[in-house]
Design a protein around this ligand. Sequence first.
Ligand code: ADP
Ligand code: MG
Length: 722
Amino acid sequence: NLVRLAAIKDVQACEPPATFFDIAEETGSVFGENVFSLSVMKKRLPKSVFRSVSATIEKGEALDPAIADVVASALKDWAMEKGVTHYAHVFYPLTGLTAEKHDSFMEPVGDGTAIWEFQGKTLIQGEPDASSFPNGGIRATFEARGYTGWDVQSPAYILENPNGNTLCIPTIFVSMTGEALDHKTPLLRSQKAMADQATRILELFGHKDIDNVVSYCGPEQEYFLVDSSFVNLRPDLLNAGRTLFGAKPPKGQEFDDHYFGAIPDRVLAFMHDTERALFKLGIPAKTRHNEVAPGQFEIAPVFERSNLASDHQQMLMSIFRSVAKQHGMECLFHEKPFAGVNGSGKHVNFSFGNNSQGNLLLPGDNPHDNAQFLVFCAAIIRAVHQHGGLLRLSVASAGNDHRLGANEAPPAIISIFLGDQLADVFDQIAKGGATSSKQKGILNVGVDTLPDLTKDAGDRNRTSPFAFTGNRFEFRAAGSNQTVAAPMVIINTIMAEALDFCASELEAAVAAGTDFNEAVQTLLAKIVENHGAVIFNGNGYSDEWHLEAEARGLKNLRTTVDSLPEYLTPESRELFSTYGVFNEAELESRFEVGVEQYVMTLVVEANLTAEIAQTTILPAAVRFQTELAQNVGALKAAGVDADTSDLLVISELVTDLRTGLAGLKDAVAGALEHEGIAEATYQRDVVIPAMAAVRAAADALEAVVADDLWALPTYQEMLYIL
Ligand code: ADP
Ligand code: MG
């Protein structure tokens, strides 16, 4: 097939783009250049206004309308000096993507001229037509308005584009009645709920003047790069973000030669350019390397407050997509773009802390600090044990279903890995209990110092979904395409509940006259006893673990369809309403949107599968079949023995493909009889297997059809030619 072969030539002839990174430039000099940061504000705002804004940012409150005009005007001047003509409220709808509506600074004044203006009220609030964003029934269609409001903790920034620069304002997105239609609103609410409860614990430990506690998040992002010439010939990659066909290449990832290997030149150029763009926006890109699969790479920025980290993460993904295009490549964030090689995840590293007490997940160097550290760890143990289902739900998507539990990512069972040392500490606490805590050899938290819990690279259990890594936890189940806001909302909320429990227990014990250290010891022992079942330090990939987890009563929500109902359990409703993160309507809406997104993904994949098989693969197979048949006929006519084995093989596969296609057609038609979660279940149980049958026949054909008839770029080409 000439088109495919031409694509290979194109890739080989590819030159890096003209925007190529200038190695002589001092990279650090551009950091934060396009951010309306505190330091820019300090220079440009009157002292009193600056003080007020920075206090607002520290507390995470809404901007004082009295000073909004001054801030907006300074922001506009700064932006216009940098060539900006339009501003956009940027928000994060439930599609998981980023949305922006652009408005010009221009205001007509009525005498035929216009001025350039940006008012405080437009900075604080926007009013996009929201009717085409998923809302799960929250907004009646006649009331299509949505409101956006600036999250002052996430600074305004300028997105550069050769076709015009835009001032971007990161915002929440809510309905007219105040219901969240996005990922940021619940993140801010959950953050506050967690902070309130964490503060109670810190007060119990005798701290005064406690700064606002926040959750921090450091996401590691995996992605694939594939040359655009190939992607353009793959309707599946273009429309579904993953390949729906493709035989396994002769060489996969079994040699382990890609991970941490030398980065290819072309990719290094891409990395330079993306990093420079990230730096300009104040996104602290730090680590980059090859990943396990061929064509797969990783980027990790330094951790930040979770709401800022989440915005930055979304910006990072759009920057990667657009810079990749400039470099003639496509950046794939799908969780499983290629079957048979590793998919991509997003590790969500998180911790809690504030300016006055520092990182609350860092073991201290005296018994008092250790006791506090252990209370926070115990709270995590309780939270994850009680709400593992919600954590699982927070990473549920059709794409991630291909990864979780497939020996490349943790299973869908949510357990905690503490590491040998910390597990031993909790073990001793459990054995000691409160009564016999003075027993020899048993750790007494108010007196003893913890053994050194140094981060040990050898002690990293990669099979656990939730692992302690020395000064933070790492939630490894998130998919590469997902927003980190979703898991952070759950982590904050379940921590709020667990810290609330701990604080109440300790307060009650102290009020009853119990010694504080003893109360802490009792609490820790109680949590280990009631929730220790969630701690698992073994191999999460093993079959035994599936059995044992079941015996321990841990949930195993294998697919998205199994996970979605977690929104609506009585426990979830109670949890989210108690901490003010989601009301009933919001939970119902998230459930509905989750179902909708899952179904839509599968409908698109099923249609693409049918189309590609029918219009690209079947014709190639039939042509080859005809060629073979003509060959056999010619040989027979010439009186020569004809070997018909290839013809028989291909004929059988062509029949399989046709049968598969007919089955898929029926499966797709059958979906019309189902609705809601029943349709999602149907897609999972009927449509996915029907797609798999088509693919099996097609992939087998790829291995036998003449290469010059094959139109789809192969796995070998897409993964190895860069
Ligand atoms: P690894 O590949 O070993 O898991 P990386 O260095 O690739 O680790 O990524 C670790 C991530 O964890 C980085 O984003 C880093 O900033 C983040 N991180 C480090 N300390 C904390 C912390 N206290 N809280 C949240 N994230 C953290
Ligand atoms: Mg990691």
